[in-house]
Design a protein around this ligand. Structure first.
Ligand SMILES: Cc1cc2nc3c(=O)[nH]c(=O)nc-3n(C[C@H](O)[C@H](O)[C@H](O)COP(=O)(O)OP(=O)(O)OC[C@H]3O[C@@H](n4cnc5c(N)ncnc54)[C@H](O)[C@@H]3O)c2cc1C
Length: 410
């Protein structure tokens, strides 16, 4: 039987609401505290959600809901800046029912998950920015910026890349690693391209990486990764005017023979650029009755295409641990043992993928020679070479301690 009544979940992005729903399935109550007002979601960028993330959501019957505003994204085609074909790979193996990865606006996914959590009886409180946590005799007391407080048996930090809970747990937690790339995205109408719906068309441009997908509704969804070796200063990117940034992108792609410039010109509003970061090692995930999950514990470069999926896996696994362990500390230790190796390996993979995107002229020639060989080898190996990423089955009914008890305790 669960040994706690109320878990405080900080962050109402992806990991937060999914954790709350998984805990509900385990018979544990929780409340989600989200810093922003619920109207703050906006349109923004989109993300690609992999089959392993969908499998984790399926444990909670959420896979169909997540797919509601998404389109299927079965594979990626890679070309260089001259438009030369480098290879094609599936973005994870199709499941027996034909399900493949999908692409969805982040705001749509967030809204669906939060609304479903509320439908399932989870309390979600908006405008609650966590500033501090205190240990009490019976649990934890969370302090919010608006002066309010909440008491619970345990606290889960699902508060993303710039997690406050991470530094509450470990004031010496290392800062994120800047990847040297910016990210930006947009939605273009009225451009005719000869591309299969859903396929990621990836271009290693001479100066900048570009990718677009054709949504089955005809719209083109794209992103680009302008290299910016020096980490942007606070406020620097926000101060860029949309016109100046559009001109910068068009200039970057002017040397390529790809559809990038046409697609960017047809985009009404380009999402403001942001710097990309990862966390190759967050040494401390848990202390007393607090733990971090999702991006707060192991943010990966977007080049892994796994951040959202790992957040969902974490959420379901954490709920299993809290369901089965005698107390929160044991549960969090079991959770870390189950998850740390896998997520750190994926963060490393994301770094390797991202490093291919911004290389000098000599390395570019080598990359264009090497990548076709790599892609051919991966295609020949079939699903085997990437199985460790995509085939992560969560057996909800399996008691947690049976699986982890033989591993060393940290
Ligand atoms: C533009 C963009 C594109 C991406 N593309 C992909 C992709 O293609 N594929 C993929 O898998 N991943 C992608 N990612 C990463 C993915 O979005 C994250 O890995 C995922 O959202 C992590 O979920 P999370 O719940 O851990 O964190 P988040 O989704 O970031 O949620 C954290 C939540 O915590 C809230 N919060 C923060 N601080 C506090 C506080 N002090 N108190 C209360 N609440 C707080 C935030 O407002 C937010 O709602 C992308 C990310 C970005 C930004």
């Amino acid at each position: 039987m669960p040994s706690m009544n109320e878990v405080l979940i900080i962050g109402g992005g992806i990991a937060g609401p999914v954790t709350a729903m998984a805990l509900a399935r385990a018979g544990i109550d929780s409340t989600v505290y989200e810093a922003y007002d619920r109207t703050a979601d906006g349109v923004g960028a989109y993300l690609t959600f992999a089959v392993n993330g969908l499998d984790a959501l399926a444990v909670l019957g959420l896979d169909e809901l997540a797919a509601r505003h998404a389109f299927a994204t079965p594979s990626a085609v890679f070309r260089n800046g001259a438009g030369r074909w480098l290879g094609e790979l599936p973005l994870g193996p199709a499941r027996a029912d034909g399900r493949v990865g999908m692409t969805i606006r982040r705001a749509d996914l967030y809204r669906e998950l939060r609304d479903e959590a509320i439908r399932r009886g989870v309390r979600v409180e908006y405008g609650k920015r966590l500033v501090h946590v205190e240990r009490t005799e019976t649990g934890v007391l969370a302090h919010f910026e608006d002066g309010s407080r909440a008491h619970g048996d345990a606290l889960v930090g699902a508060d993303g890349l710039r997690s406050r809970v991470r530094t509450v747990i470990d004031p010496l937690a290392p800062a994120g690693r800047y990847t040297g790339l910016l990210n930006t995205a947009g939605y273009a109408d009225g451009v005719q391209v000869d591309a299969k719906a859903g396929v990621a068309n990836m271009y290693f441009g001479k100066r900048c990486f570009f990718c677009y997908f054709r949504n089955p509704n005809g719209q083109l969804w794209w992103f680009a990764n302008p290299p910016r070796p020096a980490e942007p200063a606070p406020g620097e990117l926000a101060a860029l005017s949309p016109e100046a940034f559009r001109a910068e992108l068009l200039d970057l792609f002017s040397v390529d023979d790809t559809p990038a410039t046409e697609i960017i010109e047809a985009t009404e509003e380009i999402v403001s650029p942001w710097g990309t970061y990862d966390y190759p090692l967050t040494p401390v995930w848990r202390r007393d009755r607090m733990v971090i999950i999702g991006d707060a514990a192991h943010a990966t470069s977007p080049a892994a295409g796994q951040g959202a999926s790992m957040a969902c896996e974490d959420a379901v696994e954490l709920a299993r641990c809290l369901r089965d362990a005698p107390d929160p500390e044991d549960a969090f230790a079991a959770f870390e043992r189950l998850r740390r190796d896998r997520v750190e390996r994926i963060v490393a993979m994301g770094k390797r993928n991202g490093d291919q995107k911004a290389v000098g002229p000599v390395a570019r020639v080598v990359r264009d020679l090497v990548l076709p060989v790599v892609f051919r080898r991966m295609a020949r190996a079939g699903a085997g070479s990437t199985a460790w990423v995509y085939d992560y089955a969560i057996d909800w009914d399996a008691p947690i301690h049976e699986r982890v008890s033989k591993r060393p305790i940290q």
